[in-house]
Design a binder for this molecule. Structure first.
Ligand SMILES: [Zn+2]
Ligand SMILES: [Zn+2]
Length: 815
């Protein structure tokens, strides 16, 4: 009497046993080669959704695979636990952010355990605990002392709804808040910045990284490096304090095509250059442009707007007098906030010139140009025309010649500019790591001494949706004594961007209990860099960029010896449902818990791996997961009932060995390349074959047992509970997860060839080499199609074709 497959029973049983035996405890001092497989840790939102499972189940299977391959594998899990939602929950539900967060963590930990992953929970990292954020503050001090943290007043992105400052990266494409889609406005505040721009050039270098190209491209675009020249245009009427305005251009070769000059409405010289008769119009325009979002201002194809100031500048090279306008598509934050407009060779400048009837002059001739007016801006390279002594040079030669002239005359210089801004780390929020700084009337800005860390978040702050940190109103927190002069002082009340916490968490996993340092240097030296980092592509320019900067800075401070944190990066795709990305607002969310309860964790894991190539994702389908569940049930019946050999056939055994080794080879190769879906297809195909062999009993018992052991080990990374149970029932010793990965014999993976003899009316007429697995229909078709054979058949219709498996095809024709 066989028992039914009961995933709940066996999954619970094995999870308890694995936990009790600490079988996934990461060993210190192991002789095995190390492999650090890291999955991006989840934000403590409260519930593990199917996207989390999709990130974590396949990466767990991969970590298991590496473990079985003989690596000492670190595959840890933790929680990114600071952040705005906890604080919003505190305001709306009147629960403390700490309680809300820890309750969510407890639930998510339970869900993660139900997945049956190899996480060593002794290494768990939670960023909102003082034992962790003490070190986030310590790193802040390191950056401060290295001159990489500074305070500056700056216009910041401000979400009026969330009442908080947003980093550029948190402003979504249309100039709206990433969280609540409210249009973002600007505000001036004293803030803390990290000098990430000093690392711009180093961050452009991805040469030693095995990362997806699109992520590298996104990071390069984020840095936004442009090479060109800075050129000084002199003011027509010089002032005591100002003689010129500098502009940056990537196309010095177009200098003779400048027909007007543009400033950002925010440019500090605007009021000085505005003549009295234009003042009203200019003031109105500035007020209007302030209400536009950055995205609206720079959108291509948008109707151009601008106002003439009444003043002129002089082109140093052509000596031409150029009218100065302000236009909102010139941003104060890029380059110098001023533009030399070359309408013939810039799309937006051309649109502006057409709208305001300003001259357009072609100075770069496209190939084959005969002097006609260009219908659209020509932005490519060509031959310089209408450019005085420079006419006739190619764009490239002209670029060099103009740069040389500028340097010689002192009119300008070669320059590189970056779009990248420094990293704003201040947040006017409670639920983050307090910035360890004190302000003293006598001593100014005073860093909190290391021995006084952590600066603890006071538990009794009051949460009000004011946009200012609740810490500002917490007297017991704010009022302190100056570490330098012991006089009365005030604490910084802003907290740090949560991307600070996630910029170093992967170091902490190596030695999470270390109390005297953020990490144990020996352990970090052993484990880092991370060999494989997996997670969503949405982190391309935030987390992944900041973490790279962080590590490069730590290396320069002598704190670590490597300068890239993640050697290999892999981004999984997305699971959609009903053709849409899952979201609570659409009401199309799949709750993994429900399916674990219904079909078991192994079925959910298996289905997510089967649904499509991991990097592309796939469409959730209830019939699909039921299909996987049925397969697991079939495996249960196949492997919990006894095999009995009957008539052992050497040919069949040869094929059996061939297919066993072929399967090992395919599964191994697929796992290496994260092709979980085709890996499972191979296992399914092989299990179907095993079912047939079991019916006929054509292989010996020992051959069968060997193949089954291999099969279970191959299955173990994907369906760890079922594999362990079947392994146990087969009488093997605990645990399957400590077994070595099976090896294959290359010779056996190759399909065996046999010689097929072809007869016509019983006479040998041809021989052909075919795969041993050839079936009857294919063998007959092949024989009838042979040219040699056709000459003997001589257009007669065969009356009979006889097939002797693996030996002979005999074609009978009427003579
Ligand atoms: Zn918002
Ligand atoms: Zn002081």
């Amino acid at each position: 009497m066989t028992q039914q497959y009961n995933p709940h029973e066996i999954e619970k049983k094995w999870q308890q046993r694995w936990a009790a035996d600490h079988i996934y405890k990461v060993l210190k001092g192991s002789k095995r080669p190390k492999f650090y497989a890291l999955t991006m840790f989840p934000y403590t939102s409260g519930d593990l959704h199917i996207g989390h499972w999709y990130a974590m189940a396949p990466s767990d299977a991969y970590a298991r695979f590496k473990r079985m391959q003989g690596y000492n594998v670190l595959h840890p899990m933790g929680f990114d636990a600071f952040g705005l939602p906890a604080e919003n929950a505190a305001i709306s539900h009147r629960t403390h952010p700490y309680d809300w967060t820890m309750k969510n963590i407890e639930n998510m930990r339970r869900q993660l355990r139900s997945m049956g992953a190899v996480y060593d929970w002794n290494r768990e990292v939670i960023t909102c605990l003082p034992s962790y954020y003490k070190w986030t503050q310590w790193f802040f001090l390191k950056f401060y002392h290295a001159g990489l943290a500074y305070r500056a007043k700056a216009p910041v992105n401000w979400c009026p709804k969330c009442q908080t400052v947003l980093a550029n990266e948190q402003v979504a494409g249309e100039g709206v808040c990433e969280r609540c889609t409210t249009p973002v406005t600007k505000r001036d505040l004293e803030q803390w910045f990290f000098g990430i721009t000093r690392y711009a050039e180093k961050l452009l270098d991805h040469s030693h990284l095995d990362w997806p190209d699109r992520i590298k491209t996104m990071q390069r675009n984020w840095v936004g490096k442009s090479e060109g020249a800075e050129i000084a245009f002199s003011l027509e009427h010089e002032r005591a304090d100002q003689k010129e305005i500098r502009v940056f251009t990537t196309r010095p070769d177009t200098i003779f095509g400048v027909t007007f000059f543009l400033l950002a409405p925010e440019h500090p010289l605007v009021s000085q250059l505005t003549t009295p008769e234009h003042k009203t119009e200019v003031d109105e325009y500035i007020a209007w442009s302030r209400r536009q979002t950055e995205y609206e201002r720079v959108a291509l194809g948008k109707e151009k707007t601008g106002v003439f100031l009444g003043s002129y500048v002089v082109n140093p090279v052509s000596k031409e007098r150029l009218p100065v306008w302000i236009a909102d598509y010139v941003l104060p934050t890029y380059g110098t906030g001023a533009v030399m407009a070359v309408p013939a060779h810039d799309e937006r400048d051309l649109a502006f010139a057409r709208k305001f009837k300003l001259p357009v002059r072609t100075v770069i001739a496209p190939p084959g140009w005969a002097g006609e007016e260009l219908t659209e801006a020509y932005v490519g390279s060509g031959t310089m025309v209408n450019s005085g002594a420079f006419s006739g040079l190619s764009s490239e030669q002209g670029y060099e010649a103009i740069c040389a002239l500028l340097a010689e005359k002192g009119w300008g210089k070669r320059m590189i500019v970056y779009r990248l801004r420094d990293w704003l780390i201040s947040r006017q929020r409670y639920w983050g790591a307090p910035i360890p700084i004190v302000y003293c009337d006598k001593c100014g800005i005073v860093p909190v001494p290391e021995e006084d860390l952590p600066v603890l978040l006071p538990p009794d702050a009051e949460f009000k949706p004011t946009g200012e940190s609740p810490l500002k109103y917490c007297e017991s927190f704010v009022n302190t004594t100056c570490p330098k002069c012991s006089g009365p002082a005030r604490r910084e009340t802003d907290t740090m961007d949560t991307f600070m916490c996630s910029s170093w968490y992967f170091l902490r996993y190596t030695s999470p209990k270390t109390r005297v340092a953020p990490f144990n240097a020996t352990r970090v030296k052993y484990w880092l860099p991370v060999d494989l980092y997996t997670g969503g592509a949405e982190h391309a320019v935030m987390h992944l960029f900041y973490a790279r900067f962080f590590i490069k800075a730590l290396k320069d401070m002598g704190l670590v010896e490597f300068d890239e944190p993640f050697t290999r990066l892999f981004n999984q795709g997305t699971i959609v449902y009903g053709g849409d990305k899952m979201s609570k607002s659409r009401g199309n969310v799949i709750a993994p818990d429900e399916y674990v309860a219904k079909l078991g964790a192994d079925a959910v894991r298996g289905y997510l791996m089967f649904v499509g190539p991991w990097e592309l994702g796939g469409e959730w389908n209830d019939r699909g997961i039921v299909g996987i569940s049925r397969w697991l049930n079939r495996l249960w019946s196949l492997l919990t009932t006894a095999y009995a050999s009957r008539v052992v056939d050497p040919e069949a055994e040869r094929e059996f060995l061939h297919l066993t080794h072929k399967t090992i080879k395919e599964v191994t190769a697929d796992l290496e390349k994260f092709r979980f879906n085709t890996m499972l297809s191979s296992l399914m195909e092989f299990s179907n074959y095993l079912s047939k062999v079991k019916e006929t009993g054509v292989v010996s018992d020992s051959l069968w047992q060997d193949a089954i052991s291999h099969f279970l080990v191959l299955l173990a990374p994907s369906a760890p509970h079922l594999a362990e149970e079947l392994w146990n029932r087969a009488g093997h010793s605990y645990s399957i997860h400590n077994q070595p990965w099976p090896q294959y014999d290359e010779q056996l993976t190759k399909e065996q060839q046999i010689t097929l003899v072809i007869q016509v009316n019983g006479k040998l007429r041809d021989r052909v080499l075919v795969p041993a697995s050839i079936n009857e229909a294919d063998a007959k078709e092949l024989a009838l199609g042979r040219e040699r054979v056709k000459t003997y058949i001589n257009d007669r219709k065969p009356t009979k074709v006889i097939y002797v498996p693996r030996r002979v095809v005999n074609i009978v024709v009427a003579s």
